[in-house]
Design a protein around this ligand. Structure first.
Ligand SMILES: [Ca+2]
Ligand SMILES: [Ca+2]
Ligand SMILES: [Ca+2]
Ligand SMILES: [Ca+2]
Length: 294
């Protein structure tokens, strides 16, 4: 059942899809004489599937990798890290990934920034350039712990000759992130967001209508959900290109601004957000010597 129909099709050339699949099914069941004959006559000069390499089963996978956000509004998060995974079998593994990152302003920030007030003016709703920029947050560290399923694996024909081992995987687990924002006390100088600091009990507390001087409240640790999907393309028996799309989903307010438009910043301006990353790594499968099926 591990024989790839794609591989078989490639090798059998002119045979129809139906007969190729029929051959696969016949091989998977108790082999009849006819099926045995077909196997020896069709595949005798090729590596036999019954000696299939166990490229991941019972192996550790160590992957130095790069990762970058693909849906960031204000700051691209770009970094490098490490993935460590243990494959219990061909299909099931568990692992963890951790990434240290730097932040790069997006094109949107480059467009917004020049249009803003040069200096703080509390009489206008518009934030100053500093008020805007200092509310944005960064993500110096993020990662996940997960269970991974590899439902498909096999060989891909490249240029009609070379066969490349590959697999597809899906992951689900828990994400974590460390967020950082630095708003100067000269910019974020409102100790009572949403209200006027008035200690006189005879005076009712007046709302303040300026969210631009409120602390952004978008730093600190986050825990959330993690989903991923990717592909290994094996370069040899123990090295593979590892391409992955990852979604670290957790509570965040990347702008640090008054998102729900009630004119002050508080925790309700944070919402459950998907942080999508595209990653590329080089997986090293350990031990490097590959085992094969009998
Ligand atoms: Ca203003
Ligand atoms: Ca206030
Ligand atoms: Ca305020
Ligand atoms: Ca708000």
């Amino acid at each position: 059942m591990h024989s790839s129909p794609l591989l078989r099709l490639t090798r059998l050339g002119g045979l129809s899809l139906a007969s190729a699949i029929a051959g696969t099914i016949a091989l998977a069941a108790a082999p009849s004489d006819a099926a045995a004959e077909r196997r020896t006559s069709g595949l005798e000069d090729q590596p036999a599937v019954r000696h299939r390499m166990l490229l991941v089963a019972k192996r550790f996978e160590l992957t130095p990798m790069f990762e970058s956000t693909i849906n960031a509004d204000f700051r691209h998060i770009v970094g490098g890290g490490l993935k460590l995974e243990y494959h219990l079998s061909d299909m099931l593994s568990f692992g963890a990934v951790g990434v240290f990152s730097t932040s790069l302003d997006t094109g949107l920030v480059g467009k917004i920034s020049p249009t803003l007030e040069d200096s703080v003016d509390d009489m206008t709703r518009e934030p100053s350039d500093d008020e805007f920029l200092q509310h944005l947050n960064e993500m110096p560290l993020h990662g996940a712990a997960y269970v991974s399923l590899t439902p498909w694996y096999g060989k891909l024909a490249a240029f009609g000759k070379a066969f490349v081992n590959f697999d597809f995987y899906f992951q689900a687990g828990v994400s974590f992130a460390s967020l950082k924002s630095n708003c100067d006390s000269s910019i974020c100088d409102d100790d009572h967001p949403g209200t006027v600091d008035d200690t006189d009990p005879d005076n009712p507390i007046q709302p303040d209508l300026n969210p631009n001087n409120d602390p952004p409240l978008n730093d600190g640790s986050r825990v959330g959900l993690y989903l991923g999907g990717g592909i290994h393309v094996f370069l040899n028996e123990f090295l593979a290109l590892d391409l992955t799309v990852r979604d670290y989903a957790f509570s965040d307010n990347p702008s640090g601004a008054d998102f729900d438009a009630n004119l002050y910043v508080d925790d309700n301006d944070s919402r459950f957000m998907h942080h999508l990353f595209m990653g590329a790594g080089l997986s090293i499968m350990l031990p490097t010597k590959v085992k094969r099926t009998p």
